[in-house]
Design a protein around this ligand. Structure first.
Ligand code: IPM
Ligand code: MG
Length: 370
């Protein structure tokens, strides 16, 4: 079977390249064993691109991303580039991709694999069976709002400004994604904002309510203040199904949710744009974790979040749910077998490197299909 599935790989900085190496092996496995092949291109982004081209994202790389069926992104950033201005920071490469591809819906599932319940910072009974989905708005809010900047006042003080701003359509389009996904899950959406102190939060609440009434009254909707949401996530996380929230709160809440599952090294994400006439949307897949410069190059990184991100690409961009499930199953079995990278290490388990974890997952894929 031939295919014209195109995949742009942007490994980035820090542990990005080493986890991506393992993902490539999984992708190769799919090409060989499942006849699911991809036209793969690769480019640099973030600090690597700053070093080579003096910009965190070249026009050429952006153009490739625009034209790919899906982008697989590693991570960006590191101390080397910490003192550059905002437009020259590695993170700018990622933010430009999100904005230019208009990837407004960021899906961050937090699933606790049974074998990892003991690795969570919460009691196992609180996280066993956990399966929540954070839908984070990704192209608006305080990340992109104007005015923004740092100015010096006449009295010599400095003043930093960012703007939290949302419009009706921005709220509706991401809330729609949340309601649609909830229908395929446990049919419950928590919408999270700070309507008690922010006008943009009040608008968010009113517009989500309006959309719910008109189009999604079959889905259960609850509003929850973002601070309470953070608290409830660590108090009783299984009360949640889908959480829809803005860009900044989504950033925070998804890190909290990630840790419930045992490690930030486990969480994949999908960032999706609007569907075009043919039903396809632009998409970028990335682990929720960052570049972890402190452990980069040491073989300590957990490749699972990025491997599961590829799994999400199989599901959402390439309409291959069975293959996506296969990736999840392989990861689950390898964990059940006792292999652990350092971030999820527990007493009695076997501590392995990034590469050995990748090996084991590829071998498990073999086992599952023979
Ligand atoms: C994330 C990251 C990014 C964000 C950074 C790297 C810009 O923390 O994807 O959660 O803040 O969105
Ligand atoms: Mg984050």
């Amino acid at each position: 079977m031939s295919s014209n599935r195109s995949l742009l790989i942007l490994p980035g900085d820090g542990i990005g390249p080493e986890v991506m190496r393992e993902v490539r092996r999984v992708i190769e496995w799919f090409g060989k064993r499942r006849q699911v092949s991809f036209d793969i291109d690769e480019d640099i982004v973030g600090g690597a691109s700053i070093d080579a081209h003096r910009t965190p994202l070249t026009d050429k790389a952006l153009d490739k991303a625009m034209n790919a069926d899906a982008v697989l992104f590693g991570s960006v950033g590191g101390p080397k580039w910490d003192n550059l201005g905002f437009d020259m920071r590695p993170e700018g490469g990622l933010l430009t991709l999100r904005k230019e591809l208009d990837l407004f819906a960021n899906l961050r599932p937090a699933i606790c694999f049974p074998a990892l319940a003991g690795a969570s910072s919460l009691k196992p009974e609180l996280v066993t069976g956990l399966d929540i989905l954070i839908v984070r708005e990704l192209t608006g809010g305080v990340y992109f709002g104007e005015p923004r900047g740092i100015e010096t006042l006449p009295d010599g003080q400095r003043r930093g400004v960012n703007t939290q701003v949302y419009t009706t359509s921005e709220i509706h389009r991401v809330a729609r994604v949340a309601f649609e996904l909830a229908r395929k899950r446990r049919n419950l959406v928590h919408s999270s904002e700070k309507a008690n102190v922010m006008e943009s939060g009040l608008l968010w609440r009113e517009e989500v309510t309006r959309l719910h009434k008109s189009d999604y009254s079959d889905v259960q909707l609850q509003h929850i203040l973002a601070d309470n949401c953070a608290m409830q996530l660590v108090r009783e996380p299984k009360q949640f199904d889908v959480i829809v929230t803005d860009n900044l709160f989504g950033d925070l809440l998804s890190d909290v949710a990630a840790m419930l599952t045992g490690s930030l090294g486990m969480l994949p994400s999908a960032s999706l744009g609007a569907k075009d006439a043919s039903g396809r949307s632009k998409a970028l897949y990335e682990p929720v974790h960052g570049s972890a410069p402190d452990i980069a190059g040491k073989g300590l990184a957990n490749p699972i979040a990025t491997i599961l991100s590829f799994g999400m690409a199989l599901r959402y961009s390439f309409d291959l749910p069975n293959d996506a499930d296969l990736v999840g199953k392989a990861v689950e079995n390898v964990l059940a077998g006792g292999l652990r990278t350092a971030d999820i290490m527990q007493p009695g388990m076997a501590k392995v490197s990034t590469g050995v974890m990748g090996d084991a997952i590829v071998r498990e894929l073999d086992k599952l299909t023979t």
